[in-house]
Design a protein around this ligand. Sequence first.
Ligand SMILES: Nc1ncnc2c1ncn2[C@@H]1O[C@H](COP(=O)(O)OP(=O)(O)OP(=O)(O)O)[C@@H](O)[C@H]1O
Ligand SMILES: [Mg+2]
Length: 440
Amino acid sequence: MAMKILDQEVQQGSSALSYAGLLEKIEILRSRLRWASKLDRPEIEKLLRQANGLRDEVMQLSHKERFVQAASGEGVKVVQSPGERRRALLARSFVFEGTFGDNPRLLDALEVAEKAAPTDLPVLIDGESGTGKELMAKVIHANGSRADKPFISVNCGAIPENLLESELFGHKKGAFTGAANDRKGKFESAHHGTIFLDEIGELPLTGQVKLLRVLQSQEIQRVGADEAIAVDTRIVAATNKNLRKLSEQGLFREDLFYRLSVIHVSLPPLRERKDEIPLLFSYFCDEAAEALKRRPVKMTPRLRDFLLNYAYPGNIRELRNLIYRITCLAGDTAGIEHLPVDIRPRPQSSNESAADSTAAAAAIIAGAAISLSDAKRAASDEAERAFLERGLREVGGTVSELARRCDMNRSHLQMLLKKHGIHSKDFRRRDVPPHEGNRV
Ligand SMILES: Nc1ncnc2c1ncn2[C@@H]1O[C@H](COP(=O)(O)OP(=O)(O)OP(=O)(O)O)[C@@H](O)[C@H]1O
Ligand SMILES: [Mg+2]
C-alpha cells in the first residue's frame, strides 16, 4: 500500500496525496481502536502490525521527501570535479564496497545510491552485463540501516518456472513431490535485510504477479501454507534489458515496473567510461597477483596498449577476467599471445616485439598511461628501429656494409634486425644486381 501511494506520488508529482492517503489509513486504525470494547491477542497483533506498517510508510515518505529535496537542490550546487565528488562521498562516510572509478556517470550513480540507501524505496539498477549492477546493489545495502542484516541475491533468470514460487517464498513439507521438509524462501531469508532480484526482466509473468502481490501486502505465503508471513525486505532489482520497452511489449508488467523503479540507477558501459580503465586495470593486476599468489605480471607494451583500448563488450567483468587469465597463464611477462584467440589482434608484423614497441610508442604519443620503464623501453626500441632502417637505406640493404660502418658485429646486427622484424631485402636498391644483394 505504501508503495502504491508512493507510486502515485511519483507519477503525479504531488506529496499531498500520499500524506492524505496515510492520514486516511491512520483514521481507519483509530476508529477500530475507538470502537473496540475489548480486543483479543490476535486482534492486537494485527493492529500492531498495521501500526508498524504505517510507521514504516511515514518513514519512507519522509526519506523520500529528503531525497527529492536533495535532488532538487542539485541545480544550485557548485560544480565539483570528479575527485572532489569522490572525496565528498568519502567524507560523508560513504561505503564504496570496492567500487572504483571517478567517471562522472559512475559518481552520479553513487550519489543516487547514497541518497536512496537509507530509505526502503525499491531501486532498479540497469546496465549491460558486467557493469557492476550487483556491486551497486551491495553498495546500497551497505550504506543503509540494514547493512548488518542479510543481503540475499536471487537470479530470477536461473530458476525454473515451476520452482520459482517455492524458491522465493518457501514451501511447506509435502506441498509438492520432493518437498520433504518445510523450507524458507529467499524473501524470508532476507527478512530485515535486502533482497537483490537479479535479471528481473527474466522473471516469467506468473512470477511477476506473485512478486507484485508481495510488494503490495509485504506478506508472503509459503507454497502449501494457509497463513501469511509478514516480511520486511528492501528490494533492489537489476536488469540488462530495457524494462520500459519490455512492459510496452507486454512482456513485463507495467505496474511492477513502476513499483520496482521508484529509484532508477543506470550504470554506463565501460567503453563510455574509458577513463576508468587504467585505474581498474592496475587494481585488478594487484588483486589477481594476490589471489594467485604471484608477483604482478609484467606486460609487453603492445598487450598493455590493447587492454587500455579494447572495447570490452563484457565490461568490467571482462576486464577483470582477462587480467586474471593473463596473470595465470603468463610467466614473468605477458604478451598478446596470452589473450583469448577470439579477441587477439592479428600480429602487425612477423616480429611481435617490433609491433609492441610501435604500439607503445603510439601510446606515448597518445598520452596513454603506461609505466615509466615501459615508456623508456619503447622509446629506446623505437630509436633502435629508426637507426637500423635509416642505416639500411643508406647502404642499400647490405647488412655487412652497415655492420662495417657502425663498427658492429654482423651477427649481432642480424639479431637486432630480426628482433624488429626488419628485412634487409626491403632496402635493396632496384639498380643493385641480384648477386650483390645475395651477399648479405
Ligand atoms: N566500479 C567498479 N570497481 C571495481 N570493480 C568493479 C566495478 N564494477 C564492477 N566491478 C567488478 O566487476 C565484476 C562484475 O560486476 P557485477 O557482478 O556487479 O556486474 P553485473 O552488472 O551484475 O554483471 P552481470 O549482468 O553479468 O550479472 C565484479 O567482480 C565486480 O566486483
Ligand atoms: Mg550480476
